[in-house]
Write a protein that binds this ligand. Structure first.
Ligand SMILES: C[S@@+](CC[C@H](N)C(=O)[O-])C[C@H]1O[C@@H](n2cnc3c(N)ncnc32)[C@H](O)[C@@H]1O
Length: 322
């Protein structure tokens, strides 16, 4: 990928997001502060700081599973999405381009499924706001209809409160978010119909669509739910497809996502079946169906401790073929 076709030059990233000498990411301050506020509001600091290297919680229906995931993984998930949009290492330019192009301005419908506490969508939006605040990106009015779909009531509540904390900063950079947080079970076709009906309503006057699927390999692969989820995901992708529609699928760079029997290999097979509404590599830039990148980031709650960010990411252009 040459400099000519990168929408954001990593050299222009502000120090508030990226230490280019040490190659370390830092979450946007507003996002880190919002996260800390909620961690303290729900007395989760001890749980957050008790995380060991072996812990990689994936969330779940009940409060204990949600709390562990929120307290121990939120900032890591946010850092992964930040690496995807900033392309700090120059390894994921086509992902960064698609996100920046979609979120440059006007009306956009973002569906984040499963959203958890909103780490992926809020990271993308607050990173763009930070880039706008540093005059790296133009401050065009950006009106977002955010649909967050998630099975855990507790996670949806965290997402709602995170957005309330972030709104003043986003609005100061002309990013206006109207959110609907919906109960969603990816294995249930009626629950999926409800989500799609809400998306269709949100899309009426919307010019662009971004579908974000982040960190779902733990549930889909490790819990063996790929087969049960496939019909619903097919429907979700088909309904999001159309002009100016793109999906970004973000996973941790682990075997469950990137090995020959991992999730991205399965998604690659699905995409062949979904060829009438999904295409990969339409920009002709690469042969790989997914890209990877790896850096470190300053954890929001333990700023003296660096943590690894291992990103694997797929860009799926939701282009229809007659
Ligand atoms: C690893 S988390 C990722 C959440 C979010 N995308 C992020 O990056 O932080 C996986 C999420 O899937 C949700 N989940 C578990 N089972 C689900 C199901 N059957 N349908 C939809 N979401 C589910 C969990 O509650 C959890 O929030």
């Amino acid at each position: 990928m040459t400099a000519a076709n990168r929408l954001l030059e990593p050299e222009r990233l502000p120090k508030t997001l990226w230490d280019s000498e040490k190659k370390i990411l830092r979450l946007p301050d507003a996002l880190a502060q919002a996260y800390e506020t909620l961690i303290d509001r729900y007395s989760l600091r001890e749980l957050a700081q008790s995380r060991t290297v072996g812990d990689s919680p994936v969330g779940g229906l009940d409060k204990a599973a949600t709390d562990k995931h929120f307290a121990q993984q939120f900032d890591n998930s946010a850092a992964r999405a930040q690496l995807a949009v900033t392309n700090s290492t120059k390894e994921v330019a086509r992902i960064s381009n698609a996100i920046l192009q979609t979120l440059s301005g006007n009306m956009v419908c973002i569906t984040d499924a499963p959203c958890g506490a909103g780490a992926a969508a809020f990271s993308l939006l607050s990173t763009i706001a930070e880039l706008r605040a540093h005059d790296v990106l133009p401050r065009m009015p950006l009106h977002i209809r955010l649909i967050g779909a998630e099975i855990s009531d507790f996670a949806r509540q965290y997402a709602k409160e995170m957005l309330a904390e972030l709104t003043p900063f986003l609005e100061s950079q002309a990013i206006f978010v109207q959110a609907e947080l919906l109960p969603w079970d990816v294995t249930d076709n009626l629950s999926n119909t409800d989500l799609i009906q809400n998306m269709v309503r949100a899309k009426t006057s919307i010019s662009k669509n971004l579908l974000v699927v982040a960190n779902f390999s733990g549930f889909l692969t490790t819990s063996g739910k790929q087969k049960d989820a496939q019909p619903q995901l097919a429907e979700l992708f088909r309904h999001t497809s159309g002009d100016e529609s793109v999906a970004i699928w973000i996973e941790p760079q682990m075997n469950s996502a990137v090995s020959g029997s991992g999730l991205f290999s399965t998604v690659g097979r699905w995409v062949k079946e979904w060829h009438r509404f999904v295409r990969v590599n339409t920009d002709g830039a690469v042969n790989d169906s997914f890209l990877t990148s790896e850096v470190q980031f300053w954890s929001a709650l333990t700023p003296d401790r660096l943590r690894p960010v291992r990103l694997a990411v797929m860009r799926l252009d939701l282009v229809r073929t007659p």
